[in-house]
Write a protein that binds this ligand. Structure first.
Ligand code: PEP
Ligand code: MG
Length: 324
């Protein structure tokens, strides 16, 4: 089947009526670069930088990070590569990093909160990302932001990193800065955040667990973790509207975007930028090529009014069939 889908590699992701979307890749390790290329990904919508940190015995220094990021950026000439700063804590611990034992790690000291409490480490990473930006089209993204103060603090560190590099003779190009929207409280502040950032990325893996109070990593509650729960769709719709109102790009990089049924709903909700797991790209293009945007829009509007994720699933299955 994957062979039959190979024809989609160099094709655009477009509906019957000509509505185009961008399919970029979620990557973590250097080996993911080749896989993304083989599937015709239009750059990287989410580079999880903690993966190279996790596979080491100690913190990589600036030069080491720069060399890794540079190789990723050079893998996608002319295409955007969105580099997310360290997102540790919760499900991703570093063996050499002293983390407190917490009762609720996902509600605790994780992600950008850790970075902001370790400014030297944070600035080092940002410097390495800015250095890599001299080799391509880099964008910088902060995870799990919940307050405007965090954005200000992150931007101050970016400014310090730029200054320090410039003092060392580096000529760093403009690098767009964005935040991930993955906490329900951040959705409500999108208009304020938009004044401070160039783009948004929807992190639905976390957004779903926080909206539905269902740990993303706990099999005992996996049936409560429902990507098509109408409350999830409603939050996404709210973000689409906010991004449009504020003229900011909105990409979705949670795993749900790689699932055909969810993808159909997301396109219908108005999303046009996707970052997905590379092996899903051909199938999503094939699916899109037989759908019509007006039908998708109508279906997604109906989905928003449903009583449960199962009702939404029935709606979307009726439209896309069982082929996927
Ligand atoms: C997300 O939360 O949706 C996301 C893309 O980030 P991660 O899965 O790395 O937490
Ligand atoms: Mg996340």
């Amino acid at each position: 089947q994957q062979e039959a889908l190979q024809q989609y590699k160099d094709r655009d992701a477009v509906t019957v009526d000509g509505t185009r979307v961008s399919l970029r890749a979620n990557i973590g390790l250097l080996s993911d670069v080749a896989i993304a290329q083989q599937h015709g990904a239009l750059g990287v919508g989410l580079y999880r930088t903690e993966l190279p940190y996790m596979s080491r015995a100690s913190f990589p220094d600036r030069q080491t990070q720069y060399e890794i990021y540079r190789r990723v950026v050079e893998g996608f000439p002319g295409q955007p590569v969105t580099v997310r700063t360290l997102d540790i804590g919760g499900d991703k611990m570093l063996p050499y990093f002293d983390s407190p034992k917490e009762l609720n790690p996902f509600l605790g000291w994780r992600s950008v909160r850790v970075s902001l409490d370790h400014r030297e480490m944070f600035q080092t990473q940002i410097e390495a990302v800015l250095m890599a930006a001299t080799h391509g089209n880099v964008r910088l993204m902060f995870p799990m932001v919940t307050t405007i103060d965090e954005i200000a603090a992150c931007k101050e560190i970016v400014a310090n990193a730029r200054q320090s590099l410039s003092d060392q003779g580096w000529d760093i190009p403009h690098v767009p800065v964005g935040v991930m929207i993955e906490v329900p409280g951040a959705v409500a502040l999108a208009d304020h955040f938009a004044k401070e950032v160039d783009f948004f990325a929807l992190g639905t893996n976390d957004l779903i667990q926080y909206l539905l109070a269902a740990d993303r990593a706990n099999p005992a509650v996996s049936r409560y973790y429902d990507s098509l729960h109408p409350a999830v769709l409603s939050s996404i719709a709210q973000m689409v509207a906010a991004a449009k109102r504020c003229g900011r790009e909105l990409c979705i990089c949670g795993e749900m975007a790689s699932d055909p049924a969810c993808f159909a709903i997301l396109v219908g909700l108005g999303l046009r930028e996707f970052s997905v797991s590379s092996p899903s790209i051909f199938g999503l293009k094939a699916l899109l090529s037989r759908l019509d945007i007006d039908q998708l829009t109508m279906m997604s509007q109906q989905a928003l009014t449903q009583a449960s994720g199962n009702h939404v699933r029935q709606l979307v299955d009726a439209m896309i069939g069982d082929e996927t």
